[in-house]
Write a protein that binds this ligand. Structure first.
Ligand SMILES: *[C@@H]1O[C@H](CO)[C@@H](O)[C@H](O)[C@H]1NC(C)=O
Ligand SMILES: *[C@@H]1O[C@H](CO)[C@@H](O)[C@H](O)[C@H]1NC(C)=O
Ligand SMILES: *[C@@H]1O[C@H](CO)[C@@H](O)[C@H](O)[C@H]1NC(C)=O
Length: 398
């Protein structure tokens, strides 16, 4: 047999087996960001991305008793759907819906509006042929009162999704975006109910971006306190790291297999004055709270320029580079590389999450400017597929 045919066959059997019972690997696609670089839905590599999240529909507008999604966004979504369906009959597409806590709460609390929202969501499933809808309910710290309305909306959507699955005889799903900000976790969600009602919770890494010097930290950096403080001691361990914040979702009753850890394929650059650093415990996140996003495909070239010093943040579990600018300020960029991704995937495996999603597939080195094209995506996809499934895990232990 021709070696290439053999390799393709083996690979596809391998991928099918692993997706059948294994972990999920989901790629997100943003038409507005992809457009800027001429990246088309046709460019999404479905061989590695069996599930695609469309990011995103803006919160629909309320017109009388109706709730309507934007026509332009519907067109952009349809382009993704038709490109994906043409190339694959197993790939699944998730329509993500953005909204502030205020948007969602005011819609959910009024019965007529909640019904209209559900109707609009069903249209995304049945008319625009989405396999799932995801709510990106951007919780905020004073949204404690929204917890009940959130559950109400999810209940109604759950019913609608079940009905939609029956009417077309294809499984439709309900997903929910969850925060990894430690101060939100306790207040914003009725985690147990949310997890019961949805098929997947996608844990958004960008919600923790400004808490540590590493923007997607595995652990928080302990701080030496000047004095002994009762119940804390002399060292304070912030609970900012993903190892702690993701565990909160599990400890509050979410089934780990429903959780999909988000992995951002970008770095954050912060420019600060080194003279001020000692006054803020060298916390760059405080010196320059608003970082600049750098997509991995740009970043990988940028940090190869002369003048950067490479370093590793042991607590964050992420690399960073620094260099002094001509005006005396320092630029520091934290980013993901294969080592930081390996640590994150070790955690995904250890905590037995359902899988991961990446933000965005077109943030990766799509042109192969720094080596193989899609290096990070390929690594993550391979790694996800080598995690033993929970069935395998159970057999192993019986
Ligand atoms: C729905 O799908 C199932 C399995 O895919 C099949 O057995 C069943 O006959 C289908 N029902 C209808 C009404 O198409
Ligand atoms: C990470 O979280 C797990 C589960 O809570 C815990 O057992 C483990 O000790 C944590 N790791 C570190 C280094 O804190
Ligand atoms: C930083 O971001 C916050 C929130 O987005 C904004 O209110 C503030 O004006 C920004 N500050 C600077 C210096 O850009």
């Amino acid at each position: 047999m021709n070696i290439f045919v053999w390799v393709t066959l083996t690979l596809s059997v391998y991928v099918r087996c692993s997706t059948a019972q294994g972990k999920k690997f989901v790629c997100s696609f943003s038409p507005s960001k992809a457009d800027l670089i001429g990246y088309q839905p046709e460019n999404i590599p479905l061989e590695v991305c069996p599930d695609v999240i469309f990011k995103a529909f803006s919160f629909p507008s309320i017109v009388g008793r109706q709730i309507l999604f934007s026509d332009n966004e519907k067109i952009a979504f349809s382009r993704v759907v038709s490109s994906v369906r043409k190339r694959s009959n197993t790939a699944r597409i998730v329509a993500s819906i953005d909204g502030t806590a205020r948007d969602f709460a005011t819609t959910s609390i009024a019965i007529v509006r909640r019904k209209a929202f559900v109707q609009a969501a069903v249209e995304l499933l049945l008319e625009l042929d989405a396999d799932a809808i995801e709510l990106n309910w951007k919780a905020s710290s004073n949204s404690g009162n929204d917890r009940a309305t959130m559950v109400q909306l999810l209940q109604d959507l759950r019913h609608a999704v079940i009905a939609a699955s029956k009417s077309r005889n294809r499984t439709r799903e309900l997903w929910f975006r969850g925060s990894l900000h430690p101060s939100l976790l306790a207040d914003a969600y009725n985690i147990f109910d949310v997890c019961e009602l949805v098929d997947h919770v996608t844990l958004d890494p960008s919600t923790a971006e400004s808490l540590e010097n590493s923007h997607a930290p595995l652990y928080g950096t302990p701080q030496e306190l000047g004095m002994y403080i009762p119940n804390i001691g002399t060292v304070y361990y912030p609970k900012n790291g993903f190892n702690t914040t993701t565990q909160r979702w599990i400890d509050e009753g979410c089934a780990p297999k429903k959780l999909l850890l988000g992995i951002g394929l970008y770095g954050i650059s912060r420019i600060f004055s080194p003279a001020l650093a000692p006054y803020l415990y060298n916390k760059v996140n405080l010196l320059a709270p608003n970082g600049t996003h750098l997509e991995h495909r740009e970043l990988c070239k940028y940090i190869r320029e002369a003048g950067w010093s490479y370093a590793w943040d042991g607590y964050g579990g992420m690399p960073y580079v620094t260099r002094t600018l001509q005006n005396g300020l320092v630029e520091r960029i934290s980013y993901e590389d294969l080592d930081s991704l390996r640590l994150k995937m070790d955690m995904v495996e250890q905590k037995r999450f359902g899988g991961i999603y990446i933000d965005y597939v077109h943030s990766d080195d799509i042109y192969g400017s720094c080596g193989q094209a899609y290096t990070l995506t390929t690594y993550l996809s391979r790694r996800v597929h080598t995690i033993p499934s929970d069935i395998g895990f159970a057999i192993e232990w019986n």
